[in-house]
Structure formats: C-alpha cells, structure tokens
Design a protein around this ligand. Structure first.
Ligand code: GLA
Length: 709
C-alpha cells in the first residue's frame, strides 16, 4: 500500500479530476474546472477535512468509486454480491494503480473473500468527457452472484443543486424537466429490456442559474441498451453523489472461479460555461471516438423511408413510382421499411421469416434495387431481428427460441415475442438469414435495425434471467453482420427513440429519433436528444402534411426546416405532394446538403427555452460560417417578439447575414427581413446587440446563414 500514490490527477485543457487514494479505496475528490499546478491535491485533501459530527461516525465511510459494505457504506452500495460464504460483505484494499497518460486503472482485492475489483477511468485528451467502467472478478472456487456493480459513484459538490432529468413516452422522447436535488434518493430504474422511451439513462446536474451559455454543469450517461439503474442521492450528512449501473435480475450474473462481470461504461462531461458547451463536449467526443465516419469523410445522405408512405402496402410497381418521385427531389438513399418479408402483410405475422416474400416480390428484390440504384440512390432495408411473431414459420418450428418464464403468460405487445439471443442457435439463425439477404443483394448498403416491444419475461431456456446476456449478444451480432459486409451502415431504431444510447452507438451509425414526424413535437424531442448526441446521428424526416401520429396539419416549410437540422430524410407518400411542396422539398434538401458540413461537424448553440420558441445555431469550428434557426411555436405575448441573439460567433469577425429559409413568407407589413438581407454585421453586433425579430405567424421557421467576409 505505502508505495501507491496518494492522489491521482487527470487533467487536460477542459477539466481536472483528482482521485484521493489515501484510504482503502479511491474516491473522486475533485471534478470540475481546470486547476493549475500550484493547487496541489494535498491542499484539497486538507480543505476537505470533515470532523466527527454528533451521533455520527468518527470518519464517514467514503463515497468511493465503488462503495462497498466492507467500507461500511450507508448510502447505496456500488457493489452488491453474495455467495455461500460472506462475500456480501466484501471490502477491498487497493493493490495497484496503473496510470497511462489520461487513463488510470485502480485495482483492488479482498483476499479473504477472493474477489478482485477494478475500475478504469479515462479522461479524453480533447474534451471534458470521462469514461468509467468497473469489473468484479471471482478468484475463489465458490460461485458468486452479482446483484449490482456500478460503473462508478461520483460525488459532487453541494452547490450543484439542480437535476435535469429525461422522461417521455413513445413518440415523445427526451422530455426534460428540472428539479431541485432533494434529500434522499432520486432513482430511475428501467426494466423494459431496451433503453426505453421514458427512462433515458442520463441526467444533467448544475447549480441553480446555469443557462445554455453560462454556468457550470455536469452530464452523465450510461452506455447501456437494456436495463439500468441510475440515482442521485443527497445523504443526511450533506454529501451528494450520482451512481450509474446496469440493472440485473436476481441470479442474472453468477460468476464461477476466474469469471468476471464488467459494467457498462458511464460517460461524464463537464462544462464551465453553460449547457450548450456541455453538449459540444459530448458531440466532439462522440465524433472523435465513436463514429466511424465524419461529415467530411462521408456526408450523411438524404433518406427516403417508405414507412409513413405506404406502410405494409408493398408492390414493386408502386415502390418504383415512389423512387421515381423522390429521386428528383435530391434523395440519396431509399430505405425499404417493414413489409418486404414472408407473410408480413400486417403486424400480426412474419417476424422471424427473413426471406423475401415471393407473393409480393416474384422476382426477388433485384428489380426494385436495380431501379433505385439506377436512379442514383443507395438502397437500405428494414429488419427487426430480435423479434418473432407467433404467426411465423420460425416460431412454429422453434417456440422454445422465445424468451419466456415458466407458467407465466406472455405480456401481449404488438403481436410479437422476443427471441433469446443467449441461445447460440438463435444467433446463428439470425446471422445466416440476415447475411443471406446481404449476399443475395450486394447493393444493400444500409440496415434499419428495429426493436418494437418491451422484454417483460427475459427468461432463457435454462429458466435464467438473460437480459445482460441478451444485450451483449445483440452487440456481437450487429458487429458480425457489419464484419460480413464491411462499410454497411446500421440504424438503431426502437419504435422511434427507444434505443438511443452510447452502448449501441459504437456498433451502429445513427438513431431513429422518434416515430413522431410532427415538426412541432420534433423541435422539443430533437432539443432533448441534442444534450448528449450530435445531429448527424439524429434521424429527422419530413413527414406527411397531416401528421399520422398527432393529426396536426403543418406547412411543408416548417416540416422541412425542422428535419434539416438532423440527418435529414423524407417519409410520406410523394404522390400526394403538390407542386409547391415538391419545389419546397427540393430547395430544403439542397439547403441541407449545402450546410451539412456545419450541422454535422460544427458546434451546437441552443438558446434558452422561453416557452414560445425553439432557437439554436450551428457554428463551424473556425467560426467562419453558421446556420441559425428561429422556430416560433407559440404566438408572442407582446405585439412584437424579442430580439434574436446570435451566439457562438467571433465578435471580431464581420459576417454577411442571409435569410435562407423560407423563400416566401406571409407578413403583416414590411419588416426587418427586407433590411438585413445580404448586409454585413460584426459578430459583436449580432451577438451582443442581436436582431429584432419580425412579427410572424406562429409555427414559422426562419433560417439564417451567417458567413464571415
Ligand atoms: C417502428 C419504427 C418505425 C417503423 C415501424 C415498422 O415503429 O419506429 O419507423 O419502422 O416500426 O413496423
């Protein structure tokens, strides 16, 4: 012990972390703004001295990275294990600290109970994003059951008193709400077997008063795609911490000698100047470390998705007509959604039988694929591999392949069950049918990988809970499919945004953000999504004139303006488009293409939510060009709206301001729109003084391009 360092410091230009290793186990003593070298860890150690309080332990058990019963923790333990002996009370001693640049591995062991505990922490070189992952290993001959292992427990200072949480439902993902960090436990547990629409594994925390452009903030996100448990606790002794880990069912992880369990990765980010900066840290991290291609190496092609256009009504001639209609609009990728495989005429049948339906496609998919690629578009196809309909050949042959628990009826959910991916036979079947399709149709270059129900009974053939294994097997299957067809891109979809997380993103390329294509709903869904994820992975489609989910009738100008700021696509029956709508879509797609290097590679600046508008901008890294959006959702309470405050520009540069959307606007009287167009303003004027907004109809979007002269 004595030879181990007493403190570990990880620091870059964005943040500093200091771990206190003086006790039995390491704990995070400092995480926040960059500290200079004159501030020694020892100083902070002295400054954090706590005394014995009345009726309190002489020294409080620490909130270590993995707090244990062995340390006498009275908060939430980060490790919960049990076995035939006293493994439940494991208490560890640090045995090694291995630092390699900005990465440190803390190794600890409990020799009496024959357990090893490892936490790896890595600070990214260029951003404030830190990743944490813990492992517990059984070194004894008796089995050890793991009930919980946190990725990490992170103490936070008491001035961080507000929690921004994420909730939602199908078609309304990423709803944020702020609440005071109260005494006790703020706990969110997800048992849906998918990341879920309602309990995204993340939260943001900050001192009251932090805004989009000012104040400190911390973001936390667990990269897990099944069940999770996240909490933010304020203890009676005044200390507070967050704790993130996978939620395991009883008996789900049982370790034989030499076996180990590793938690998902917890990602944390820090910003000293506002929530937009925090998002930029995550976006930059994801771009550099997780995505396999960039806005420069492969711009995100504009999609046409057949779902809201024709649903299950597949017919080769109709699909060719759709392709003919959308190609001239500028569409670059045609995605054939649900309905192409055997028996899939509706959502009651077919899942599992991944063979082209000869009744609908008598000559296979080639005639359609050749037609689509002949028009210059890529071809993508929909799968929902983890699912099976009871009405399918697969289920009739293998009812035992569905996850289930004895004597408990399935919970009905979209007429489908979940396949057991912990059964290697199931995985081999899925790998074969998917790759057979890819082999038969080498021009398929994109898969929309869907997952449309909860996993209510995750019991495998042995009667054991299998959600953890299911998640690992899913990642492996996706990787194998990708390896079988290098370069293929995969979209993670789950009835919209039910599987959006950094566990699955390293294996996929983009998300379907929400089944709601309602542009007004989308403004808020996309805003919530943007806290952690960059816009190039945010699937965003222009939906039908009358939104199929909300019934709202929204202009093509608004629908286009909203979709343009994600990975753009369209999803409707193009035969219904009026001439004006076609023209407008064409212009919108051209505008998206001209600016996707900024929206997919630049910095996002959100403006604070005023309850009336959703405003934001994307600024190129060199601050030479930017695109700003003003979306008026509700009518202003005053006769004239406020100013639009541009953000993120260089105050010392001069910029040409051009309104690039929409081309025609209904106005009450001549306005500033005519005066500003094409004029040059300093960055300082645009940011500090701002621009008076015109009086517009609500539900109007204005997009401004700003270019340095
Ligand atoms: C889910 C997806 C949709 C569509 C349908 C097909 O709901 O989110 O985009 O693919 O399944 O059944």
């Amino acid at each position: 012990m004595s030879s181990l360092p007493t403190f570990i410091k990880l620091s870059n230009e964005k943040t500093t972390l200091i771990f206190d290793c003086q006790g039995r186990m390491p704990s995070l003593m400092y995480y926040g703004a960059v500290l200079n070298d004159a501030t020694t860890p020892a100083m902070l150690g002295i400054l954090s001295t706590r005394q014995e309080a009345k009726c309190a332990p002489v020294i409080e058990p620490p909130i270590s990275l993995v707090p244990t019963h062995g340390e006498g923790v009275t908060g939430s333990p980060g490790l919960q294990v049990h076995g035939s002996k006293d493994q439940w009370s494991a208490g560890f001693e640090l045995t090694a600290i291995e630092q390699d640049g900005l990465s440190v591995v803390f190794k600890a062991s409990d020799n009496n109970r024959e357990l090893t505990l490892i936490t790896k922490v890595t600070l990214d070189a260029d951003t404030s994003v830190v990743s944490y992952q813990s492992t517990v290993q059984n070194d004894g001959s008796d089995k050890v059951n793991v009930n919980f292992l946190n990725a990490a427990s992170i103490p936070l200072s008491s001035h961080v008193d507000t929690i921004r949480s994420f909730e939602g439902r199908w078609s309304s993902e990423f709803v944020t709400s702020d609440q005071e960090w109260n005494f006790g436990s703020y706990v969110r547990e997800n048992r849906r077997g998918k990341t879920s629409h309602d309990t995204f594994p993340g939260l943001i925390t900050f001192p009251k008063g932090t805004t989009e452009q000012q104040g400190e903030c911390y973001g936390f996100h667990l990269g897990a795609s099944a069940n999770h448990s996240i909490r933010a606790d304020l203890m009676a002794d005044g200390r507070r911490y967050v704790q993130f880990g996978e939620l395991l069912f009883p008996g789900e992880v049982s370790l034989a000698e030499g076996e180990s369990y590793t938690s998902p990765v917890l990602y944390s980010g820090y910003a000293s100047e506002g929530l937009s900066l925090l998002s930029q840290e995550f976006h930059n991290y994801i771009r550099a470390n997780i995505l396999t291609h960039s806005a420069e190496s492969k711009p995100r092609p504009v999609h046409y998705n057949t779902w809201e256009g024709i649903y299950f009504d597949h017919d080769v001639d109709t699909l060719k007509t759709l392709a003919d209609k959308v190609a001239p609009l500028g569409i670059e990728r045609f995605v054939l959604d649900d309905g192409w495989f055997k028996g899939r005429r509706h959502d009651h049948a077919g899942l599992g039988d991944w063979f082209v339906d000869e009744a609908i496609y008598p000559d296979g998919l080639d005639p359609l694929i050749d037609h689509v690629t002949g028009l210059g578009m890529e071809f993508g196809i929909w799968f929902e591999p983890e699912m099976v309909n009871p009405d399918s050949d697969l289920f009739r042959a293998h009812p035992e392949w569905a996850l289930q628990t004895n004597n408990n009826p399935h919970v009905p959910f979209r007429h489908q069950y979940v396949l057991d991916l912990t059964n290697p036979e199931v995985v081999e079947y899925l790998y074969k049918v998917i790759t057979d399709i890819l082999t038969a149709y080498p021009k398929i270059s994109y898969i929309k990988w869907d997952m449309n129900r909860d996993v209510n009974h995750p019991g495998n053939l042995d009667g054991q809970p299998a959600m953890h294994g299911q998640m690992q097997a899913l990642y492996e299957l996706i990787d194998r499919v990708k390896a079988a067809r290098p370069g293929i891109e995969i979209e993670s979809c789950c009835s919209g945004g039910g599987r959006v997380d950094l566990g699955i993103l390293p294996h996929t390329d983009r998300f379907w953000t929400s089944d709601s294509n309602d542009a007004l709903d989308r403004l808020y869904i996309q805003r919530g999504f943007s806290f952690f994820f960059p816009s190039e992975v945010m699937g965003a489609h222009v939906g039908p004139r009358d939104c199929h989910i909300t019934g709202r009738n929204l202009s093509i100008e608004l629908r286009s303006a909203v979709a343009m700021f994600g990975h753009m696509g369209i999803e409707m029956d193009p035969r219904e488009l009026t001439d004006h709508e076609q023209e407008t879509l064409k212009e919108a797609i051209a505008l998206y293409k001209a600016h996707r290097h900024i929206t997919h590679g630049g910095d996002l600046f959100r403006m604070d939510d005023d309850g009336l508008n959703v405003n934001f901008g994307y600024v190129s890294k060199d601050k030479s060009e930017a695109l700003f959006a003003y979306n008026s959702v509700k009518e202003t309470t005053r006769t004239t709206p406020n100013k639009f405050q541009f953000v993120g520009l260089d105050p010392n540069k001069s910029y040409t301001l051009s309104r690039v959307w929409p081309n025609t606007l209904k106005e009450y009287s001549p306005s500033i729109l005519q005066k500003t167009d094409g004029q040059v303003f300093t960055g300082e004027a645009l940011m500090r003084f701002g621009m008076q907004l015109p009086v517009l109809f609500p539900q109007t979007s204005l997009i401004y391009s700003v270019k340095a002269v």
